[in-house]
Design a protein around this ligand. Structure first.
Ligand code: 5GP
Ligand code: MN
Length: 317
């Protein structure tokens, strides 16, 4: 077991804890923050959830119990323990990265990203786990945490979304889902909140993005690429923009899919997906990280320069 006991001991010894999820959070990040804060409070500890960015995160994540309390922050409160959840590398803590680096000895890292090399004193890294919330489920069992409905909801949110709605993963993900559901979760409602709801404006944005898909060749690879520039990104909600990549995951005749999202003019968040190749290697080479089938990186430049960077790396690998 990869450092579960050590992480449980570190959390048990703390009296006040800052729990930090990654920037541009998804449901696994916010679900992990909320579940961890809830578990720590159950043990009578002071706990606060933080995201190191100034911009609000996707509104649909506010359906996760406790998410409305998660603070956007650029400094750490006065706490004796720092816990990062779902942060594959320290830079994913955003504006809190420097403060965490300065207190690595007081930091517990809990994550499932295979590119995570561990940046805390205790690094609970379980690369077989489908979501960080699965890692937390195992940890909470050791810690004797009761899975009450809010904690179960938060854990389920990460499990549902990081498994692509249970499309990939081990038998354990279903066992864990069953355990969480037994607390009385409205799983249909959670799926609507996190995955199915959307606006007409989102649908139009998706339509324009999909109409622009192009296939590029690079060495032995063929990549399906969607470029969503700043003007287009601004017409859709964050979850709709983040969902674009699901359309190019496994198109016929391609080895991978990519979506370039220009969230700030000249700054591109690139999402990579593949069922055939290890996209985390490509993302790491370009300064990012992630998992074998799903990874990402950030690139500064024009769309053409970002394309050339990706195709160049694909030719090399
Ligand atoms: P997404 O494409 O959904 O943004 O990210 C896919 C996976 O890659 C996620 O697990 C995410 O944490 C990781 N990832 C995305 N962008 C970055 C990045 O810039 N740096 C790192 N280290 N990981 C990233
Ligand atoms: Mn995750």
């Amino acid at each position: 077991m990869p450092y579960y006991e050590q992480a449980a001991d570190a959390l048990a010894a703390a009296t006040s804890v800052a729990v930090i999820g990654h920037v541009r959070p998804d449901a696994d990040a916010i679900g992990s923050v909320c579940a961890t804060v809830g578990a720590l409070r159950q043990l009578g500890k002071e706990a606060v959830g933080l995201i190191g960015q100034a911009d609000p995160f996707a509104a649909n994540l506010l359906t996760i119990p406790g998410a409305e309390e998660v603070q956007l922050a650029d400094h750490l409160p006065d706490v004796d323990l720092i816990v990062t959840v779902d942060c594959g590398s320290i830079d994913r803590a955003g504006t809190l990265a420097g403060a965490i680096a300065a207190r690595a000895e007081d930091t517990v890292v809990i994550d499932h990203h295979s590119s995570n090399s561990g940046f805390g004193r205790v690094n609970l890294l379980d690369f077989d786990a489908e979501s960080t919330t699965i890692v937390l489920g195992r940890l909470f069992e050791i810690m004797g945490i009761t899975l009450d409905p809010p904690i179960a909801h938060a854990l389920y949110a990460g499990l549902l979304t990081d498994t692509g709605s249970f499309r990939w993963g081990s038998p354990a993900m279903h066992t864990f889902a069953a355990e969480l559901m037994s607390t009385g979760l409205d799983v249909r409602g959670i799926a609507v909140d996190l995955l199915d709801s959307g606006s007409v404006a989102d649908l139009r944005m998706i339509g324009r993005a999909l109409a622009s898909v192009e296939v590029h060749e690079a060495g032995e690879h063929r990549v399906a690429l969607i470029i969503a520039d700043h003007a287009l990104v601004q017409t859709g909600s964050l979850p709709a923009v983040e969902g674009l990549v699901d359309f190019v995951r496994s198109l016929d005749g391609t080895t991978l899919g990519a979506v370039f999202k220009e969230t700030v003019p000249g700054v591109w968040h690139v999402s990579l997906r593949s069922n055939d190749i290890d996209v985390s290697r490509i993302a790491v080479a370009l300064g990012g990280g992630g998992h074998v089938p799903a990874a990402g990186f950030t690139f500064r430049g024009t769309a053409a320069e970002t394309t050339e960077a990706l195709l160049g790396e694909l030719r090399r690998q």
